[in-house]
Design a protein around this ligand. Structure first.
Ligand code: KG4
Ligand code: ZN
Length: 348
């Protein structure tokens, strides 16, 4: 359906961002790609906790209930109305298809009603953009490490909208490894923040857990061997033995700290090696695991030692949010990359 769209691009465009790819329903208003006016997030963590992970069907239903209230909240917090919005940016991929479609449908309906451009946003590119929003401009070209529950990969980024994959994980994502180890340690879901909190009281050198490095030196990550090592440490040689009660797990904090140190070491080693290979001196670290304080601290230190600058988003913009969607939406609008009402969602 053809529709006349007003207002192609102005320097301080106000963008409404919408995110619903996994278990957060989020909306945000950002002006000029940087000025954050509001960020509303409804987390489904409590809903999924009873299942120990995200249940797609349950996620979709919750997004449907929350999408309009969350958008209204973001508009209210920013003290603007839909009339003030110049374009609508929405995550279309990757993610849970039923969840993505709810955000995409809402964005299309609002863009149609208002006659404003629709912007097609890639969730991973948006995570990376989040690391640039609170810093000065001029970070490109750079290396980007994305560490979330669903992804662990290194990219070479020429600009906010041009990223090339350099390395990925061969098995689990880093966040997934945190979530699985949290389960082994009886910490519940979501695991990353709980493992990290327990690790504060532990000795990171107590256990020498394996750090993956490919035999032929090709770049990439792997966390399944590490997870298995933690499992054997906690349950003994019989991995099928029943999970001990959390209070019966010996040296739980030491296990958490040693596991966290192993993940962080692998992420930093691989990232700094890739930066050297690519001749890049700026590293952007993004995604939920970028909240991890050990990763933030150690990456900053070790990058500095080799003349590399490491930039992280504030913790609130590491996990899923719509600020990053509206921010990258501004770049898409500036580049003339607008979408029409045939816009669709894709799981990958
Ligand atoms: O980016 P995100 O919100 O969702 C995805 O797109 O996957 O990332 C969520 C992941 C979860 O696996 C969670 O356990 C992990 O990020 N995470 C952390 C921390 N906070 C969140 N992992 C380690 N330390 C943390 N502080
Ligand atoms: Zn994410």
């Amino acid at each position: 359906m053809k529709q006349s769209v007003r207002n192609p691009f102005v320097a301080n465009s106000l963008i409404l961002g919408i995110e619903s790819s996994c278990d957060e329903t989020a909306a945000a208003l950002v002006r000029g790609g940087r000025e954050i006016l509001s960020s509303a997030v409804h987390s489904q963590a409590a809903i999924h906790a009873q299942w120990g992970g995200v249940v797609p069907e349950v996620a979709g239903r919750s997004h449907l209930q929350k999408i309009m209230p969350v958008i209204d909240q973001a508009l209210l917090d920013a003290q603007v109305t839909l009339e003030d919005v110049d374009a609508i940016a929405v995550t279309t991929k990757p993610g849970l298809i039923g969840s993505l479609l709810i955000g995409v449908s809402a964005a299309k309906a609002l863009a149609w009603v208002r006659g404003v451009p629709l912007l097609d946003i890639h969730h991973i590119e948006a995570h990376v953009y989040a690391a640039t929003m609170e810093h000065e401009i001029g970070v490109y070209p750079c290396l980007a490490l994305v560490v979330s529950g669903g992804h662990t990969a290194l990219y070479r980024a020429e600009s906010p909208l041009e990223m090339k994959v350099l390395a990925t994980t061969r098995d689990d994502a880093a966040g997934e490894a945190f979530d699985k180890v949290a389960h082994i340690l009886g910490l519940g879901y979501p695991g990353g923040p709980r493992v990290s909190k327990l690790a504060v009281d532990g000795d990171a050198q107590a256990f020498d857990f394996p750090r993956f490095r490919s035999k032929d030196g090709t770049p990439g990550f792997s966390f399944s061997g590490l997870k298995t090592a933690v499992l054997y440490q906690v349950r003994g040689q019989d991995a099928r033995a029943p999970t001990p009660a959390p209070e019966d797990i010996p040296r739980r904090a030491d296990v958490a700290a040693s596991f966290e140190a192993a993940v962080v070491d692998v992420l930093i080693d691989e990232t700094l090696r890739a930066a050297a290979r690519e001749g890049l001196t700026t590293v952007l670290v993004a995604g939920g695991v970028a909240c991890n304080s050990r990763l933030r601290r150690e990456m900053a230190l070790r990058a500095d030692e080799v003349g590399v600058r490491a930039l992280f988003p504030s913790p609130a913009y590491c996990t899923d949010n719509a600020v990053m969607i509206a921010g990258l939406g501004y770049e898409a609008l500036a580049a003339g990359r607008t979408a029409d009402l045939t816009l669709d969602a894709a799981s990958r």
